[in-house]
Write a protein that binds this ligand. Structure first.
Ligand code: 5GP
Ligand code: MN
Length: 350
């Protein structure tokens, strides 16, 4: 009990950055919040939560997301307004042109916002970073909250709210968005969350009256039938397991067409092979329209963020990362087998 009270009192966010952030906010009204492309629960959850909070504080805040949300997140975005850059480019650019402050959530490199990159980079306004990914690109942000040790950007948002003393502006809707972000980025508190404070944040959110069973069902356990079939097909027919340790799942355009693929349909597929004892590295490749999307998950001491950065123009976290290959599926697979050889050599010395 005493421990709980003590840990809630620790202000882990840098006080100087908090001071700079509060000062910036005091001086502006129009604020734009952005997250990374192909938004996940943490990206959209943190963006909507911060937007609603700033509006409760009387600010004119707008969320701009780079591209269409996966269907799986519609439940959290329903009834909330946001702008989608890929569909509403002129409007989005106008809003950025007129904003007084830009806040970047759940990414730390403008390469992560797709076609929105130039527009954000060129904006001559103060920029704030709130993120938990490794290796932030330096010098692009005036205020930086970069905490790779934290479960999620949503947890970070909640801690900033607490430390700024903005708790009274948090309502059930905001708490639900933050809860969903933590839940999805940690696989319902399974990983990246082995410290007591994250449970304290969840407890504070529960106090706002959120509907936990509903949020869990919608965020973690609802898929359309075609997605269930596509994922089952992928595991049965398109998965290769190497040395009982590494798994590779590849879906080409024909596979996706056959199951009427929509963004979100392959969510969490890459995690599935890790449930087999012995498999500690899982890779999923999907032939998208403009590139090959490569996702990786790992367990133990194999870091996949470095692999995605080095070979697939990406990055992420130690055990969950992704990137893109601009070329053919065959090339992406060949690169993969080179990595396999490299890992075998360094890890097993054979
Ligand atoms: P997913 O496989 O779920 O798309 O992504 C896994 C993790 O890697 C997420 O935290 C995501 O934000 C991050 N990630 C995905 N794509 C990229 C990328 O291109 N660059 C970087 N730096 N991180 C990525
Ligand atoms: Mn995140």
């Amino acid at each position: 009990m005493v421990l709980l009270e003590i840990s809630m009192m620790i202000d882990i966010i840098d006080k100087v950055e908090i001071g700079k952030f509060q000062k910036l906010l005091n001086n502006v009204n129009r604020i734009v919040i952005t997250c990374h492309k192909t938004a996940d629960g943490d990206a959209i959850g943190s963006s909507l939560a911060l937007c609603l909070l700033l509006r409760n504080m009387g600010k004119n805040a707008t969320v701009i997301i780079p591209d269409q949300l996966p269907w799986s997140l519609n439940f959290i975005a329903q009834g909330k307004d946001y702008v989608t850059f890929s569909h509403q480019e002129i409007m989005a650019k106008n809003i950025v042109r007129n904003t007084q402050l830009l806040i970047s959530l759940d990414y730390n490199d403008f390469n992560r916002v797709g076609a929105m990159k130039t527009c954000l980079e060129e904006a001559q306004v103060p920029k704030v970073l709130i993120d938990h990914h490794l290796n932030p690109v330096s010098q692009q942000w005036d205020v930086k909250f970069s905490h790779p040790e934290m479960s999620s950007t949503c947890e970070l948002i909640y801690r900033i709210i607490e430390q700024c003393g903005w708790n009274s502006f948090v309502d059930k809707d905001i708490a639900s968005c933050i809860f969903v972000g933590i839940m999805t980025d940690t696989g319902n508190l399974a990983f990246s969350s082995s410290y007591p404070e994250v449970y304290e944040v969840m407890a504070r959110l529960m106090e706002r009256g959120i509907d936990k069973p509903y949020l869990y069902k919608m965020a973690m356990d609802t898929v359309p039938l075609n997605s269930l079939k596509l994922q089952s097909y992928a595991i049965l027919n398109k998965m290769t397991v190497i040395d009982d340790k590494f798994a590779l799942i590849v879906l080409d355009k024909d596979d996706l067409d056959k199951f009427d693929y929509k963004p979100g349909d392959t969510e969490r597929l890459v995690n599935r092979p890790l449930s087999v004892s012995g498999i500690y590295w899982s890779t999923f490749m999907r032939e998208d329209a403009k590139y090959i999307k490569v996702s990786m998950r790992s367990e133990g001491d194999l870091a996949v963020d470095g692999l995605c950065a080095k070979y697939y123009n990406g990055g992420g976290h130690m055990h969950a990362a992704a990137g893109e290959h601009y070329g053919t599926l065959q090339e992406a697979i060949e690169i993969y087998y080179k990595i396999v050889e490299e890992i075998k050599k360094t890890k097993f010395n054979n």
